[in-house]
Ligand binder design. Structure first.
Ligand SMILES: *[C@@H]1O[C@H](CO)[C@@H](O)[C@H](O)[C@H]1NC(C)=O
Ligand SMILES: *[C@@H]1O[C@H](CO)[C@@H](O)[C@H](O)[C@H]1NC(C)=O
Ligand SMILES: *[C@@H]1O[C@H](CO)[C@@H](O)[C@H](O)[C@H]1NC(C)=O
Length: 353
């Protein structure tokens, strides 16, 4: 089974490395079939459908793109230098987060509501090293999204128990954790579905998404103290009537570009939007041939590829027939901007922990 998948993935790697024309034709066919208009010039996609791809993150020191397939409990690493990809099956419940650590061969993982260290070279995945437990007393909560801030702290948001596409409201929180103890510090509570996290280029603002609110919010961010304050809404996607999907679109993963604009994946909306946070409006929108877009990150040597993860979770056979690329990873090129280096977790003792 995996051998077959790897063959598909290698096909994607070839596409990634130059056979773009072939993909453009493929895209045109897809576009006609789905009667969609693509605003971007070219894109590639994996022919390997994940069930629920999430947490894409670029490690610019090692030229590796990481992501997870949440329900299959796998972590993926795509080495842009060797064009090889590796996967690690975890097998301890939903895997929602992977995050590189400064100067370390290990990775931080979010599994269920726990934070662990993963060492790729350890043969036994149960050898994960425990760091912290979040939302104790709420065993059905899930650590949903996490990023490192400019000081290398881990910002981690949870979501409440989920049944189908519905998540119990106000049962979760946003935390920060920092070395050496990684004691979870509550930053915001309650939240429903803690999602997109991004910092302004000058690190004085934290942009944040609790998907259930359908808003993109901002806080003043005190980098020295690691505290947030003065929450305000900068965009309410409910006010944009651009999609009439059911369920209604909610904002999910988020990243920032080098011009200071936000890129947000619209789950159930099948699109990526670019937001001007000063003018508080959507300035660009990119429609994809799938409905369940989960997250975004910048990757590649010049950070000009926008990686978009998608999902096929909870889709029935008819929906999958209409949207066969659900679960694929899309790579958008030539967007006229690019990313900035994202921060890694700081954990001095991670290799000997
Ligand atoms: C990526 O591949 C290159 C070339 O094979 C190799 O030298 C490098 O160590 C790999 N990087 C990682 C992080 O595995
Ligand atoms: C981690 O290492 C840096 C650089 O050596 C040092 O300044 C810092 O105090 C260390 N932090 C901890 C928590 O050990
Ligand atoms: C930092 O960036 C934010 C968001 O772009 C902006 O609103 C703020 O004025 C900037 N702060 C400083 C001190 O430049």
């Amino acid at each position: 089974m995996y051998a077959l998948k790897i063959v598909f993935f290698v096909t994607f790697l070839h596409a990634l490395r130059g056979e773009i024309n072939k993909n453009v034709n493929k895209n045109e066919i897809q576009a006609q079939k789905h009667k969609l208009h693509y605003h971007f010039e070219t894109y590639d996609y994996t022919t390997l459908p994940f069930t629920h791809a999430e947490s894409p993150v670029w490690d610019g020191d090692n030229n590796v793109l990481y992501w997870v397939d949440v329900l299959n409990q796998n972590v993926y690493a795509l080495n842009y230098t060797s064009k090889q990809h590796r996967l690690k099956h975890i097998g301890k419940g939903e895997v929602n987060i992977v995050l590189p650590i400064e100067g370390s061969k290990r990775l931080l993982l979010g599994v269920q509501a726990f934070v662990y260290l993963l060492d790729w070279d350890e043969p036994n995945p149960t050898d994960l090293k425990f760091i912290a437990a979040l939302d104790q007393g709420s065993p059905n909560n899930i650590l949903n999204e996490g990023k490192a801030d400019v000081r290398g702290r881990f910002w981690a948001g949870t979501k409440g128990p989920q049944h189908g596409d519905v998540v119990l409201e106000d049962h979760a929180a946003l935390y920060s954790l920092e070395q050496p103890m990684f004691e979870p510090r509550v930053q915001l509570k309650p939240v429903s579905i803690s999602n997109g996290i991004a910092w302004s280029l000058n690190n004085s603002v934290l942009f944040y998404i609790d998907s259930a609110t359908r808003t993109i919010d901002a806080f003043d961010f005190d980098a020295a103290k690691g505290r947030i304050s003065k929450r305000r809404t900068i965009l309410d996607i409910g006010e944009y009537n651009f999609m009439k999907t059911a369920p209604a679109p909610i904002p999910d993963g988020m990243t920032i570009d080098r011009d200071g604009f936000l890129w947000v994946a619209l789950m159930f909306g099948g699109a990526i939007i670019r937001i001007d946070p000063e003018a508080r409006r959507v300035v660009e929108k990119y429609k994809l041939p799938v409905t369940r877009t989960t997250s975004v990150t910048w990757a590649g040597h010049s950070l000009e590829e926008l990686i978009v993860t998608t999902s096929r979770r909870n889709m029935d056979a008819n929906e999958l027939k209409r949207e066969p690329l659900s679960g694929a990873i899309f790579i958008l090129h030539k967007l006229g901007t690019g990313g900035v280096r994202t921060h890694k977790l700081k954990f001095n003792d991670s290799d000997i922990y």
